[in-house]
Unconditional design. Structure first.
Ligand SMILES: [Cu+2]
Length: 402
């Protein structure tokens, strides 16, 4: 009986020891977590900086975005068509594996955070337009395998470009021309009417292997087992001569353009997705011209557009005389300051425009660059106004959340 009691006591002691050990392990795990949290909090407060006191005291949740920089993606930048037999491949540089990078969407007044992870072999970075101060607008020189974070406040409504600066501007030409760009959209505080909204980014390609229209640049050698594909990369001489090979719309030339011609057709893209809208509905377009060199002369054929500009420059502290200070206070609203109805708008490289349009009747309209050379190189997209269009039939990657 005593032996049985002793056995029970010993068993209980062993169980107690095991439980103790488990608890110790758990607490060290919790400790590790809390020290990790502490580290990131410290990092955050350093990033915020003392020049932005209103940011430090803001308790609203921070919107967080992640961009993965890479330079090893091979992308198809032209479909196989008459102009580019076999299609065109290019060794791109990307955020989140796509040209363009994702639309970063925030509301005016939001505090947001972007972390860039460098998954590539080169040094990458981030340059946000529409944000003031290098500590908020820039992440410079992230080495392969490393990451870095910026925090900013979205003060100015509208649409702006973001892009890679290479290694502190060294290589900025290559990195933008190879696809490291996208758009940041800041919805204004004063809510505008509901519209169907779209994101489109134009960008040029200067490729080492492209020798012009009607030339097959996709294959170099056929063996009995394989077809070797030619993959282009950045051509600095074409870039300096301002001679792009293709103009991409959201990462591909002719992406949304099925064909030219009615009587005599040139098929551009058998798999083209087109933009669909309802006749008479309000549509809003965030159009970025990533360049890196050419101007975009944007219009919708057979329609008028409205360009939306916000009054964002009126800080009374920046004015020295009384009159301009008073004027600036009156107009310091950050609201829509001018709406112009025009046929065409010029969008310089590195710039972007918020455009509204109503397509009045059923039919097909073409958003295009009226530099017709660039249009031939891919800078156009078809908009189909049809009654059956819904709020959800966006081409992939072009929808802008509210
Ligand atoms: Cu880069």
């Amino acid at each position: 009986m005593n032996q049985l009691r002793m056995g029970i006591v010993i068993t209980l002691l062993i169980i107690f020891q095991i439980v103790l050990l488990l608890l110790q392990n758990n607490s060290s795990h919790i400790l590790a977590l809390s020290s990790h949290n502490q580290k990131s909090t410290l990092l955050s407060s350093v990033t915020i900086g003392s020049s932005q006191p209103n940011m430090r005291n803001n308790h609203e949740p921070i919107k967080k975005f992640t961009l993965i920089a890479d330079d090893k993606n091979i992308v198809k930048i032209s479909p196989d068509n008459t102009l580019h037999p076999g299609g065109v491949l290019y060794k791109a540089m990307t955020y989140n594996n796509t040209i363009p990078g994702p639309a970063i969407v925030v509301n005016q007044g939001d505090i947001f955070q972007i972390t860039v992870y460098n998954k590539g072999e080169l040094v990458h970075s981030l340059d946000l337009h529409g944000i003031e101060g290098p500590s908020h607008a820039l992440i410079s020189s992230i080495k392969p395998g490393e990451n870095s974070t910026l925090k900013a406040k979205a003060e100015y409504p509208g649409v702006f470009m973001y892009h890679c600066d290479g290694d502190n501007l060294n290589g900025i030409w290559d990195h933008i021309a190879s696809g490291m760009y996208g758009g940041i959209i800041v919805h204004p505080k004063n809510e505008r009417p509901v519209a169907k909204e779209f994101y489109i980014v134009f960008g040029e390609i200067y490729s080492t292997t492209d020798s012009g229209l009607f030339t097959n640049t996709s294959n170099i050698s056929f063996t009995h087992t394989s077809v070797k594909k030619v993959i282009g990369s950045f051509d600095i001489n074409k870039f300096l001569a301002n001679k792009p090979d293709l103009i991409l719309t959201n990462g591909m030339a002719y992406k949304y353009m099925p064909l030219f011609g009615t009587v005599s057709k040139i098929i551009l893209n058998k798999n083209a997705e087109v933009f669909k809208v309802k006749p008479g509905e309000l549509t809003r377009w965030y159009i970025v011209n990533a360049g890196p060199r050419g101007y975009l002369s944007f219009n919708f054929a057979s329609d008028m557009i409205r360009t939306m500009h916000y009054n964002t420059n009126a800080n009374p502290n920046n004015y020295t005389d009384n009159k301009s200070a008073i004027n600036s206070i009156i107009t310091n609203t950050h609201t829509l300051s001018s709406v112009s109805k025009v046929y065409e708008v010029s969008i310089p490289p590195g710039s972007a425009e918020e455009i509204e349009a109503i397509f009045p009747e059923q039919g097909s309209y073409v958003g295009n660059d009226h530099d017709i050379g660039r249009f031939l190189q891919g800078a156009g997209f078809v908009v189909l106004a049809i009654d059956g269009s819904t709020s959800y039939d966006h081409p992939q990657g072009t929808w802008i959340p509210r």
